[in-house]
Design a protein around this ligand. Structure first.
Ligand SMILES: *Cc1c(COP(=O)(O)O)cnc(C)c1O
Length: 422
């Protein structure tokens, strides 16, 4: 750790929250070099939906590596790429009656978001993007401009333009439907808000505090986008690939986004891979107009195809996620009710947030949890929400052990902290 303190930039973050050296990992367990076994409820911020070093997926990777197949080929055609596209198309799209073109972008989610925003602006000839309070879309300037966090926005050092923020579902309390407000503003010829090129939304805000949008709200926002000639973009980077139960987080609302942004768990193995799904009529790119050296990383395409093949050919996996998700939810709700329901539990599928209401309670709880053997992260505007993001493949014993540790850590924290709730 001294090497890190001496040599790595001050910007480092997770090595501060989890100050150990992690040498091995398998499934939902990480091993430290001093022999501790730690349960992982962070899962690479959602990049490891199928767990660490998933051996079924790894078999495809090792075979590919040993065969001298092409690892880097820019965006040239390779059997790995063809196989991935065929598999995604048949296993995911055809099964859901969806039709999209694929755009492989640079490896990060932010890169894919940039491409989605750029394409929307190109298609519509408009500049403005509507995004939502507490939204998070990545660290490049276009993506930060669409993200709420003042902390990140301030760090950009330039003015962030081209976006208008609207209140997310529930932002103004349950009595006010913020989709009505959005509609009023956009249909009013004198509201002061420019017609948007796109409306960009997360169905559950991951970094923003596990805020869950209702089905009706999402449907209204999609209809409003259509009514004003804007593209409707779902950022499914963190909530996609099964996190909420179904492959896409918007299936429950029967949405039909014009662009879907995927990254994080798309490769199935924690390898970088990002992709846009674009409705054919909006595929207005000229060849090479949005490019990048690391597009459609072949190794990641191999693991991505393997993950689809192993987990998504039938409904069993989805049902398992829903089942484990409700197990988690019941347990967290029981914990909340033991403490007089001052804490809220929110989420869908296997992404749940336990809102501790204060930064201090959440911070102390997650620190104690790590000391007891659980990696768990915080989110929300002041990092007051403990975020449960276990691998979708976790077994119920490990899940229960992790929840047990959280409960102990919370109880100890509350013994020593005075809850000062506003
Ligand atoms: C992580 C994330 C991003 C950014 O992805 P990076 O790979 O970190 O650039 C964008 N949107 C959402 C919803 C995310 O969770």
């Amino acid at each position: 750790m001294q090497v890190i303190e001496d040599l790595e930039s001050n910007v480092r973050s997770y090595s501060r929250s989890f100050p150990s050296i992690f040498s091995r990992a398998r499934g939902s367990i990480m091993l430290t070099d001093d022999g501790r076994k730690i349960i992982d409820f962070l899962s690479g911020a959602g990049a490891l939906n199928y767990g660490h070093n998933n051996h079924r997926i790894r078999a495809a990777l090792t075979e590919y590596l040993a065969s001298d197949a092409v690892i880097h080929g820019l965006d040239m055609a390779t059997p790995a790429k063809l196989e991935f596209m065929k598999t995604f198309s048949s296993v995911i799209l055809k099964e859901r009656d969806l039709q999209y073109r694929f755009q492989f972008t640079g490896p990060t989610g932010a890169n894919a978001i940039e491409a989605a925003l750029k394409l929307s602006r190109k298609v519509t000839g408009r500049q403005n993007i509507i995004s939502f309070t507490h939204g998070y879309h990545g660290m490049s300037l276009g993506a930060i401009a669409a993200s709420g966090s003042r902390f990140y926005r301030t760090a950009s050092g330039v003015s962030l333009s081209g976006t208008t923020f609207m209140p997310y579902d529930g932002y103004l309390g349950s009595a006010l439907d913020t989709a009505d407000y959005l509609r009023t503003i956009l249909l009013d010829e004198s509201s002061g808000i420019d017609y948007p090129a796109a409306i960009l939304v997360e169905t559950v805000q991951g970094e923003g505090g596990i805020n869950v949008a209702r089905r009706e709200w999402l449907q209204s926002v999609q209809a409003i986008a259509k009514a004003v000639g804007a593209l409707f973009i779902v950022d499914d980077i963190q909530m996609g690939c099964g996190r909420t139960g179904e492959f896409f987080s918007f299936e429950f609302a029967a949405l039909s986004p014009d662009i879907v942004v995927l990254s994080k768990s798309l490769s199935g193995y924690g390898l970088p891979l990002s992709m846009l799904l674009i409705k054919e009529e909006f595929d207005a790119w000229r060849p090479g107009e949005h490019t990048g050296t690391f597009r459609g990383n072949n190794l990641a395409l191999v693991s991505a195809a393997a993950a689809l093949d192993i987990y998504w050919r039938c409904r069993t996996f989805s049902r398992g996620v829903e089942c484990m998700g409700s197990l988690m939810r019941r347990r967290l709700e029981a914990i909340a009710s033991q403490h007089g329901n001052v804490f809220a539990v929110r989420g869908r599928g296997m992404v749940l947030g336990f809102d501790c209401r204060t930064t201090e309670i959440a911070e102390t709880t997650t620190r104690k949890a790590f000391e007891k053997g659980l990696i768990i992260e915080r989110c929300g505007p002041v990092d007051q929400v403990v975020k449960f993001l276990p691998a979708l493949t976790i077994d119920s014993d490990t899940l229960n052990q992790g929840l047990e540790i959280f409960e102990e850590a919370l109880t100890e924290t509350l013994k020593q902290t005075k809850l000062a709730v506003s």
